[in-house]
Design a protein around this ligand. Structure first.
Ligand code: AMP
Ligand code: ZN
Length: 469
């Protein structure tokens, strides 16, 4: 299994620290609003990475944080006149609902920054003791960036170029920095802000320190994979490396994975420009599975463009898989048990070729675009070979192969019983009866009634099949 590592700019074979186990940390969202579809990209992508590693027999310890103390959360709390924790708890709950709809597996642990303050204070103390951090007059603690010789290794930036380009970084309130490159580990409270006691001042942690601390606490000093969106490479992940490696004296993460951005209509997503959608906005129009399918239609390191046309295409593509599975189900239900013929055995072996193709795509830095093409090839193969003479065991074999691959992608392709099924079945029965009694007017009426509900009927030799359109 090869992973593109931002650190080395190369695809590398995955070699885990502990055999058979993966320690993986994914930077999670800052919870002050409903998540937008851009935030959903890393969630879906890295959940799929996890699922594939599990399919390959690896045990994945998957940790993803919620940043629940931040300027934006405090601003929103002040606007609503409520406690910041009310805002963060509300949006953590909403975020979990979206993640659930998108079939994202719950993380092994979802730590929250506000519950890990003691660990952050401990790490900051160590950094001060080791000469990597200092306390300014107002109680702010800064990381001494130049004290970490390898600073810039992830973003492939030269520290001296950074210095030139970032003089303006001395923003107000941070004038006590010794060097413009230094960044905040702990800052004093301001009026109306949540704060915690610390040896330096009453205040709150900087953003970067939380991930260094939570990753160490739940996964250990050295982990396999650290992931997030590409905007996090600099400064967030660069700063995490500096903090963690300066504290622990060990390589922080062996593989750094970053997803490219999702744009809307080929433009950067922006609230003010009016091209901004929450996951909720999209779920009002589309099945969550279609959104997940859309996100996986591109390899995660390629920018992904979101538009209604592309979502419609994703909807059609996804439904092709759903309809094939539903057709197989129908045939399976109407067949008596029978063993595989020799020809069918050979056909299933041929079908395994698509599974292999899928695995090759995923082994090549999780190329879900090619992996989905392999699923389509398998679906086409299943459609071609679902003949009236096919045995039950053969059809089950085809279905199992499709579901194994869609499961890895976290896609639910089996029709769920939304309560409509019984009603549809009853109408279909009535129509069959009406036809027998030569009451064709009623039969046509039922067909139209179902069509209006988005259900299309097909008369086959085995009986009536239906599908959602
Ligand atoms: P934030 O809440 O801004 O810290 O973002 C949470 C995660 O979403 C991070 O991994 C970001 O890199 C990622 N992210 C934010 N916007 C986008 C976008 N438009 N496309 C892809 N990933 C994004
Ligand atoms: Zn982080």
């Amino acid at each position: 299994m090869k992973i593109y590592n931002t650190l080395t700019k190369q695809k590398e074979e995955l070699k885990t620290i502990e055999e058979g186990k993966v320690r993986m940390y994914v930077c999670g969202p800052t919870v002050y609003n409903l998540i937008h579809i851009g935030n959903a990209r890393p969630m879906i992508v890295f959940d799929t990475v996890r699922r594939y590693m599990e399919y390959k027999g690896l045990q994945v310890n998957y940790v993803s944080n919620f940043t629940d103390v931040d300027d934006k959360i405090i601003k929103k709390a002040n606007e609503e006149g409520v406690d910041p924790s009310e805002i963060s708890e509300r949006y953590i709950a909403e975020c979990k609902k979206d993640m659930d709809a998108l079939n994202i597996k719950p993380a092994t642990k979802n730590p929250k920054a506000t519950e890990e303050i003691d660990g952050m204070i401990d790490m900051i103390k160590t950094l001060i003791e080791k000469g990597h951090a200092y306390v300014a007059e107002d109680g702010t603690v800064y990381f001494k960036t130049r004290s970490f010789a390898e600073y810039g290794k992830l973003s492939h930036k030269n520290i001296d170029d950074l210095r030139g380009g970032n003089r303006e970084l001395k923003v107000s309130g941070e004038e006590q920095k010794e060097d413009p490159l230094d960044f905040v580990l702990w800052k004093p409270k301001k009026e109306g802000e949540p704060y915690w006691e610390s040896p330096w001042c009453e205040g709150r942690p900087g953003w970067h320190i939380e991930c260094s601390v939570m990753s160490k606490k739940y996964l250990g000093e050295e982990i396999d994979i650290h992931a997030g969106g590409e905007d996090l490479i600099f400064p967030h992940h660069e700063n995490e490396i500096a903090q963690s490696e300066a504290t622990n004296g060990k390589t922080f993460a062996h593989y750094w994975m970053h997803n490219a951005f999702l744009n809307i209509d080929n433009k950067k997503m922006s609230k003010s420009a009016g091209n901004f959608f929450t996951v909720r906005d999209i779920l009002a129009k589309y099945d969550a599975q279609v959104l997940r399918f859309f996100m996986l239609s591109a390899q995660y390191r390629s920018p992904l463009n979101f538009s209604s046309e592309l979502m419609e295409a994703a909807k059609n593509g996804f439904e092709r898989i759903v309809n094939t599975v539903s057709n197989l189900d129908f045939q399976i239900q109407n067949k008596a048990d029978s063993a595989l013929t020799e020809d069918e055995k050979a056909l299933l072996a041929e079908a395994d070729g698509f599974t292999k193709k899928f695995e090759e795509a995923m082994d090549d830095d999780f190329n879900t675009a090619d992996a989905i093409s392999a699923i389509f090839e398998l679906v086409k193969f299943a459609n071609t070979n679902t003949t009236e003479t096919a045995s039950k065991a053969f059809l089950e074999g085809l279905k199992k192969r499709i579901l194994t691959l869609t499961d890895i992608c976290g896609l639910v392709v089996e029709k769920k019983d939304d309560g409509l099924d019984a009603e549809i079945e009853a109408l279909i029965e009535e129509r069959t009866k009406a036809k027998k009694e030569k009451n064709f007017a009623r039969a046509d009426e039922i067909r139209d009634e179902l069509l209006a509900k988005g259900i299309e009927l097909k008369d086959t030799r085995e009986g009536v099949q239906w599908k959602r359109i």
